[in-house]
Write a protein that binds this ligand. Structure first.
Ligand code: GAP
Length: 455
């Protein structure tokens, strides 16, 4: 496992990420995706959409608005309970999440399950010190609501206050009836949504692992009560299969089932899929059996019936819901971390290579003319390939240096145009992982690559 600072540096210098608002000194833990990052993120999002929406007979998609009626967040409990326990060091004024302070010294304390009083007792009894200044002078714990508040329209008053959604999920629950009506689908029915979510995290960090603005890809899968555990297990498998398709090493992944004490009171089962990041295990995907909790809460707060009438049996019930919820930015970060490698070659040189699955790699192929004199032919080939896949054209530096540059950003194939190409209309295709080269006629090139680089 490589040092995370080293990985971060590599991802930033190669154009996967940039610090947000960098020329102004940045803004705390905000990241922009550069030309490479935006491509890999799009590829993973498209792959999720294909697997979970287009290729699933039960599922459909929506694109719900970020701003929702504030009553939604009263119904879900976010207004009253979406809080983090905040504590400050009186000496150096650093601010922490109390549960994370404890987690850092004792993972087995399961601090996220402790009440404020229990957290405070733990901090005093175990003489927890400020990681910044080493003092032991703490304020009381205060609850801090993580939702960002803003205002609709030009007048800022209490009635115009709205929240930036802290999850995409509620866009599916509130549209449950609309989707049933307009698609004429029966249960089981999955509704999927991809988009931004916002949380005023106290301790963002580890690049895009925890940020205040992030993309979620969520599904609410509605089914008959009693069938829920079967579907829970089905979607658990599907989520892990999806991650495996990204090429992630098996021993870097695990399921973590929530034990009964940790489960939300309404949940019949919850599992996280975790990835072994350089700093330890981190949650990627949460899969929860949320029973009929959300629909019932929305029925109560909206006054609308969200019951389902089964057209085959005439049974009426409030459906149960399975929710697989994943952070797209975490999927990207995991994929990048897992692909990075340093290989010592026979001549003693170390090559940096990102073994990205070709399906998610930002550029599928690099087009490299051996000489500037071959520019016309190389550009012609680049134009042909660009019609099928994302390409990068590079004519600067020695061919060896150009291969290394492509290895380091994960481009799976390099196509080299040499003087023979002008005579035989063939090119050399080099494989990133094996470094083996083959000769191929130009008219077979697009098809040869196409079958290798798409999911
Ligand atoms: N609707 C359920 C829900 O939002 P969650 O566990 O709070 O559940 C789901 O979030 C996923 O969203 C997480 O597993 C993680 O991948 C991602 N996520 C949550 N908070 C995040 C943050 N601050 N930054 C990046 N990703 C985050």
């Amino acid at each position: 496992m490589f040092d995370f600072d080293k990985l971060t540096n590599h991802f930033i210098t190669s154009g996967y990420y940039y610090q947000g608002s960098e020329i102004y000194g940045g803004i705390s833990n905000t990241w922009d995706y550069g030309p490479l990052g935006v491509e890999i993120k799009k590829n993973i999002r498209d792959m999720w959409w294909k697997r979970f929406v287009q290729q699933s007979p039960t599922n459909v998609g929506v694109d719900a608005a970020i701003l929702m009626n504030p009553k939604v967040w009263e119904a879900t409990g976010h207004v009253s309970t979406f809080n983090d326990p905040l504590i400050d060091c009186k000496s150096c004024k650093m601010r922490y999440r109390a549960d994370e302070l404890i987690d850092a010294i004792d993972k087995d304390a399961h601090a996220e399950r402790l009440s404020n009083e229990e957290l405070m007792n733990y901090i005093h009894e175990h003489h927890v010190k400020c990681p910044n200044c080493g003092k032991e002078e703490w304020t009381d714990i205060r609850q801090f609501n993580m939702m960002f508040k803003t205002h609709l329209g030009v007048v800022e008053n209490a009635t115009s206050a709205v929240y930036l959604r802290p999850e995409t999920a509620q866009g599916m629950f509130v549209n449950f009836k609309n989707v049933l009506r307009t698609t004429r689908k029966k249960l089981p029915l999955g509704i999927c949504n991809v988009g931004k979510a916002f949380r005023n995290e106290i301790t963002p960090g580890q690049l895009t692992f925890r940020t205040r603005e992030f993309d979620q890809m969520e599904m609410e899968f509605f089914c008959k009560p009693g069938d829920d555990l079967k579907w829970f297990s089905y979607w658990k498998d599907k989520c892990l299969t999806f991650i495996s398709e990204l090429g992630i090493k098996k021993d870097h992944l695990r399921y973590r089932d929530h034990d009964p004490k940790e489960l939300a009171f309404y949940s019949a089962a919850t599992t996280d899929i975790e990835y072994l990041f350089p700093w330890g295990w981190g949650e990627i995907w949460g899969i929860a059996d949320r029973t009929d909790y959300d629909l019932k809460r929305h029925m109560e707060y909206s006054g609308e019936s969200l019951e389902y009438l089964d057209p085959d049996t005439n049974e009426k019930y409030v459906p149960y819901c399975i929710e697989p919820s994943v952070g797209l930015d975490r999927l990207v970060l995991m994929t990048l971390c897992d692909s990075y490698d340093e290989e010592v070659l026979e001549d003693g040189e170390t090559r940096i290579v990102m073994h990205l699955d070709p399906c998610v790699a930002p550029y599928k192929v690099a087009v490299l003319p051996l000489s500037k004199k071959l520019e016309d032919k190389a550009k012609e080939i680049n134009t042909i390939l660009s019609g099928y896949m994302s390409c990068i054209y590079d004519d600067t530096g020695s061919i060896g240096k150009r291969y290394r540059r492509e290895d380091a950003i994960g481009t799976p194939y390099c196509v080299t145009i040499d003087f023979d190409t002008l005579n035989d209309n063939s090119v050399t295709v080099r494989d990133r992982d094996t470094m083996k080269q083959i000769r191929l006629p130009v008219d077979q090139l697009a098809e040869y690559l196409r079958v290798k680089v798409f999911f």
